[in-house]
Design a protein around this ligand. Sequence first.
Ligand SMILES: Nc1nc2c(ncn2[C@@H]2O[C@H](COP(=O)(O)OP(=O)(O)OP(=O)(O)O)[C@@H](O)[C@H]2O)c(=O)[nH]1
Ligand SMILES: [Mg+2]
Length: 400
Amino acid sequence: MSKVRHIGVFGKRNTGKSSLINTITGQNVAIVSDIPGTTTDPVRKRMEIFGLGPVVFIDTAGIDDDGKLGEKRVEKTRSVIKTIDLAILIFTNNQVDKYERDLIKSFREEELPFIMVHNQSDIVALDPELALDLSEKERISILEFSCSLLDEQEQKEAVETLTSLIIAGLQDSSPGRTILEGLAEKGDKIVMVCPVDSEAPEGRLILPQVNAIRDALDRDAVAVVLQPEALEKYIKEEVVKPKLVVTDSQAFEYVSKIVPEDIQLTGFSMLLARSKGIFPQYVKGIDAIQNLKHGDRILILESCTHHSSCEDIGRVKIPRLLQKKCGMEFSFDVVGGLDSLPENISNYSMVIQCGGCMITDRQLQARLRPAIKSGIPVANYGMVIAYCTGIYQRAINPLI
Ligand SMILES: Nc1nc2c(ncn2[C@@H]2O[C@H](COP(=O)(O)OP(=O)(O)OP(=O)(O)O)[C@@H](O)[C@H]2O)c(=O)[nH]1
Ligand SMILES: [Mg+2]
């Protein structure tokens, strides 16, 4: 299943960021005016791009905003960079100065693909010398664009060109794996153990479960979804052996006792880590648990605020399990939401992140980057639980 890709639109005030989103989506989603500073908070608009699937456009406040409030808006605009898969940088009147260069620098630091668009080209055309200069010195090609073309057909073609650049740009950004990639083929039976207990969210499944079901369907595989209590009877009575059992990490211990050794078993948390491109780092992180020492500080990272069971897992269950498994005491700090990591990251001996099902791949990677860069082991909740309950090796075997 394709993931929802996020596209941020950046540039100085009044360059036509909001207009460009309206032009692409063909809707008046963002307010447009000739007053600089019209967009104040990031505005999101979801749409389907043919050949790519669902994307979310994020309109931002001008990067050149000033004054006390303006600085706050710029900060918010900058924070969007870490959350997206592709950036569109808009400029007009052939002006590429410190604001644009600063943004380009940030995109490159984040290894974020970007497209540069010279907008309002109906008023001032793109200077070919500037285009050549940027192409030769910076390896950036520029799209000459206008949101106000009178000829409908011309406007349509301009949007088509921009869309094809967006598709190409997004293909450059890490495509990520789908959740069951390499694990399920046509006709394979995949059993998904999804506990519906007091810890499960009201009236719905969590995102990795939904994604796994959809991915199984996309692969013409058979998804069997059941609660842990129904598993034993199901395994005993089924004539066709499942290819794989995927379980919520809360039920690891119980499920691993029921699923015979000749059936592959893994967890949604491992599949999620793999699809978010962070699995190898987590495997390294789990390997490093054996080096922890008594009194070490461990940072727990939560990335969502809506799922109360995550809170208990991070604050209560993991500290208890890990200390028991290692036979020593640690001190735990918890950082919630999308707050930045503490400055003193090097004081920690390990970082344990929740699954991150509500944040994008890049958001998760950006969040953990400072820890990984400092050589601090990172892992996620589910993989730590698997390690502590003795089923880690079995659960990662299907994925390595
Ligand atoms: N002629 C012409 N006008 C444009 C074009 N794109 C946008 N405009 C006009 O430029 C003005 C600013 O457009 P916006 O889309 O609000 O610009 P913005 O970058 O979102 O501005 P802020 O939200 O203030 O940062 C509006 O009056 C638009 O109608 C274009 O391609 N050609
Ligand atoms: Mg705007």
